[in-house]
Design a protein around this ligand. Sequence first.
Ligand SMILES: Nc1ncnc2c1ncn2[C@@H]1O[C@H](COP(=O)(O)OP(=O)(O)OP(=O)(O)O)[C@@H](O)[C@H]1O
Length: 242
Amino acid sequence: MISIKDLHVSYGSEIALQNVNLHVEKNTTCAIIGPSGCGKTTLLYSIGALIKPNEGKVLIDGQELTNVRKNTGVILQDYGLLPWKTVWNNVAFALLCRGFNKDEANEKVEDILRELGIYEYRSKYPGELSGGQKQRVAIGRTLALEPDLLLMDEPSSALDAMTKEHIQNIILNIYKRKPITLITVTHNIEEAAFLGQKIVIMKKAGIVHIMDNPYFGKDKLRENIDFYKFCLEIRKWIHEDI
Ligand SMILES: Nc1ncnc2c1ncn2[C@@H]1O[C@H](COP(=O)(O)OP(=O)(O)OP(=O)(O)O)[C@@H](O)[C@H]1O
């Protein structure tokens, strides 16, 4: 479980987070949504220990977070792929750095590339891939390390509408097959409602509302009118003057 207590983060005189409190149960998903500059990325980075809070703390499974955890996977907006390595080697590299031997790494790389439907691109370089393919490689590279907590910053923001849905489906299916704790930062209301069991709505430097998502994981969600009504409820909270 993730437990965030009275978190405060400033960049110089800019207050990015103030008195933020949040609990996310183990192996559940949570989407963080809010306008640009409200502190979403700062909150995600605090959970990943990529930045240290000025005040307050983050506990993961009861342990106070003081350093980057081995079992936390992070997928950032720009994918972070190594342009001089092939798809195969981008994923393998992460495993070799983690201490897997070559045979173990190769076995895992093949499994994950097949699972994500990118095995056929294994010899290509990131520069030869579409945005959606790059994102799948980035997801594969992180998932190969079998994290128990996955943090994603705008996983589909750079993608067109169809590819966005495809990536969201892949993420949801991966979660359904093997639940881990999944935290997604997004600007996109549909993405939040699709990927978040819990929807955290932020406004300038704080959380203004938390919603449980009764539609999470349901079949044919995008054909369900109630799903879009739920999206409208989220929208009201984002646009409400508080
Ligand atoms: N390195 C930094 N130095 C100074 N100010 C920063 C830095 N990073 C973020 N900020 C400021 O902190 C506030 C929160 O930024 P953050 O990136 O967390 O917001 P966000 O909600 O993720 O924004 P976006 O949706 O545009 O990515 C903003 O006002 C931003 O300008």
